[in-house]
Design a protein around this ligand. Structure first.
Ligand code: NAD
Length: 256
């Protein structure tokens, strides 16, 4: 059980981040939710989690594209025993047409934020005498696809940073690992299904199996609950000697 631990999950008002927050709360951890918005429904998500799992939960607005905001998130959090770097965006274009502002935003949100939050969180973990860092990378942290230069560069960077921080904390009761998901059916991916159905003249199931999951041998999406469960495992005593590595949750993608 993670009772008494506090987890900060970046980009957690939807998708994988929210799923990870729910599983950490189910395991007894207090949770800090985050995104760049500051709406009533963001704060309501935290109140709902607190009620459902009888834990403490707060929502803190912070823009992960800004280093000062990343550090402020960790400072404002009641504690940070578990840090899950999850915030991320995507843009798809050939490199010679890739908009510079999209490149900068993806590198900032998907990679640089991990540097700032880890730098701010490690002193808190050392003071507490325990820490777990879980970086949500991607199958694209280990392999590439065309038209995703910024995303692939950022996620490979996250995997490299994960190994470095693991070495810097190796003799301490702190671990640092990355989870590499394949396709997960989050609102972001769900939104692409209708367009793709129209483009290929296919039904929903055909689009999912033949187009979206073409690279995922299981032909099944990974779920946010499975990613939450993997995160909880990495926070458990059984995983205390697992550090500086990646766990793929990708239905066999990277075995190909
Ligand atoms: P999502 O769009 O549902 O979630 C992204 C989260 O990041 C949201 O909560 C959003 O509010 C937040 N976010 C975006 N920009 C932010 C900013 N500037 N500051 C703070 N928060 C910000 O997408 P998701 O699929 O749940 O993605 C979550 C993570 O998982 C990303 O890092 C993504 O690269 C990674 N991932 C997703 C998949 C997939 O198939 N869905 C696969 C591999 C990796």
């Amino acid at each position: 059980t993670l009772q008494g631990k506090t987890a900060v999950i970046t980009g957690s008002n939807s998708g994988i981040g929210l799923g990870v927050a729910r599983e950490l709360a189910r395991a007894g951890a207090n949770v800090v939710l985050n995104s760049f918005t500051d709406r009533e429904e963001d704060h309501a998500l935290a109140a709902d989690l607190a009620r459902e799992f009888s834990v403490k939960a707060q929502y803190i607005q912070a823009d992960m594209s800004k280093g000062a905001d990343c550090r402020a998130l960790i400072e404002k959090a009641a504690a940070c025993d578990i840090l899950v770097n999850n915030a991320g965006i995507q843009h798809v274009a050939p490199i010679d047409e890739f908009p510079e502002e999209k490149w900068d935003a993806i590198i900032a949100i998907n990679m640089n934020s991990n540097f700032h939050t880890m730098a701010a969180a490690l002193p808190k973990m050392r003071a507490a005498g325990w820490g777990r860092i879980v970086n949500i990378a991607s199958a694209h942290g280990l392999t590439a696809s065309p038209f995703k230069a910024a995303y692939v560069a950022a996620k490979h960077g996250v995997v490299g940073m994960t190994k470095t921080v693991a070495l810097e904390t190796a003799e301490e009761p702190i671990t640092c690992n990355a989870i590499c998901p394949g396709y997960v059916l989050t609102p972001l991916v769900e939104a692409q299904i209708p367009d793709t159905m129209e483009k290929y003249g296919m039904g929903r199931e055909e689009v999912i199996k033949k187009v979206m999951l073409e690279r995922q041998p299981s032909r099944e999406f990974a779920t946010v609950e499975q990613l939450g469960g993997t995160t909880v495992f990495l926070c458990s005593d059984a995983a205390a000697q697992i550090t500086g590595t990646t766990i793929s949750v990708d239905g066999g993608w990277t075995a190909l």
